[in-house]
Design a protein around this ligand. Structure first.
Ligand code: COA
Ligand code: NAP
Length: 287
């Protein structure tokens, strides 16, 4: 069951009705970053569809989001690896709302694992959830709505592939595929009025992604190594998405916004040096 909670002191920067009348479809919107993206869009007048494998989780989160924002939120069951579940969900969403103006491909799967320990199926699983999943949902929404009506598609990626990151060959490869896909689709679908963007967060506190990538091992030295001197918050990512889908960003397409406080520029990233670091050793010894 979802134990997500809404932001209690949200500071409005944009006009509260900037997304009035819009509908956003958010994969993985029942938890973590996806939940907060849904919340921030809804706080600005948008209705949402949140879709993932666990129906009880999205149902519970939809109730919280609707109650907290006064907007509609439709929870649907989807496995982004299974096109038949996606087309069914997109049909249901269009049946209820008549339009899907915004798609956020946020669903993903990840864990820490050295490439030499990855099974063939482990690599394939992450590629299928992240890269195939992003294509599958984008294509279904394009075919059924955006081809004729335009819209904005935001793919949540990561900074993993920008430099090559230890223990992340599977996720980095998948996110890199999404970054390339975003550029291709921006070129093909631009004339249909579709803008395609990536948002590549750095480490975001209070998320499953952070927990899985050693979030409990964050040190003061790590925080001090980040140019803005703090970890990201889910709200940072929600606000970035809000900006991209707003009329302020009408010229942005086929590129990536990196809300990471500069972390990927400065964080330590030498696999062989890190192997002798006690914190890193502890992480690897668990595998
Ligand atoms: N290290 C190495 N391999 C792993 C692993 C880990 N921590 N976790 C799973 N795998 C391997 C499995 O062993 C399996 O390979 P095998 O068949 O060769 O044994 C393969 O990955 C698929 O695992 P499975 O559990 O069957 O996949 P799933 O489809 O049920 O779940 C995951 C997908 C593994 C990504 C799962 O962690 C998940 O559902 N994650 C969603 C939430 C998440 O990751 N959030 C963070 C987002 S950044
Ligand atoms: P999270 O809460 O675990 O979110 C992942 C979501 O994806 C879950 O709601 C999950 O729901 C859904 N999902 C997984 N597999 C799916 C599938 N096959 N079909 C449909 N839905 C599926 O993790 P998070 O940390 O918020 O991550 C959200 C996004 O941000 C991911 O794209 C991640 O790569 C990216 N990101 C996170 C960080 C970070 O620091 N957290 C940093 C960079 C990038 P179900 O289990 O119900 O399916």
């Amino acid at each position: 069951m979802s134990d997500e909670s809404l932001i209690h002191d949200y500071r409005y920067i944009f006009q509260k009705d900037v997304l009035r009348g819009k509908v956003a479809f958010i994969t993985g919107g029942g938890t973590g970053i996806g939940f907060t993206i849904a919340e921030i869009l809804m706080r600005h007048g948008c209705d949402t569809v949140i879709a993932s494998r666990r129906l009880d989780v999205v149902k519970n989160s939809a109730e919280k989001l609707s109650k907290g924002t006064g907007q509609k939120c439709l929870p649907l069951q989807v496995d982004v690896r299974k096109p038949e579940t996606i087309t069914k969900a997109v049909d249901e969403a269009l049946g209820q709302f008549k339009h899907i103006d915004i798609l956020v491909n946020n669903a993903a799967g990840n864990f820490l694992c050295p490439a030499e320990n990855l099974s063939f199926n482990a690599f394939k699983t992450v590629m299928e959830i992240d890269a195939h999943g992003t294509f599958n949902v984008s294509k279904a929404v394009f075919d059924k709505y955006m081809k004729s009506n335009g819209g904005v598609i935001i793919n949540i990626t990561a900074t993993l592939s920008f430099r090559g990151q230890h223990l992340q060959t599977h996720a980095g490869s998948a996110k890199a595929a999404i970054e390339a896909m975003t550029k291709h689709l921006a070129v093909e679908w631009g004339p249909n009025g579709v803008r395609m963007m990536c948002v590549a967060p750095g480490p975001i506190a209070d998320t499953e992604g952070m927990r899985r990538l050693g979030g409990d091992k964050i040190t003061d030295a790590f925080i001090k190594s980040i140019p803005v001197q703090r970890l990201g918050k889910r709200e940072d990512i929600g606000n970035t998405v809000l900006y991209i889908v707003s009329p302020a960003a009408e010229l942005l397409t086929g590129t990536t916004v990196i809300p990471d406080g500069g972390e990927f520029l400065t964080s330590q990233n030498n696999y062989w040096a890190l192997k002798n670091n006690p914190v890193f050793k502890q992480l690897i010894s668990k595998m």
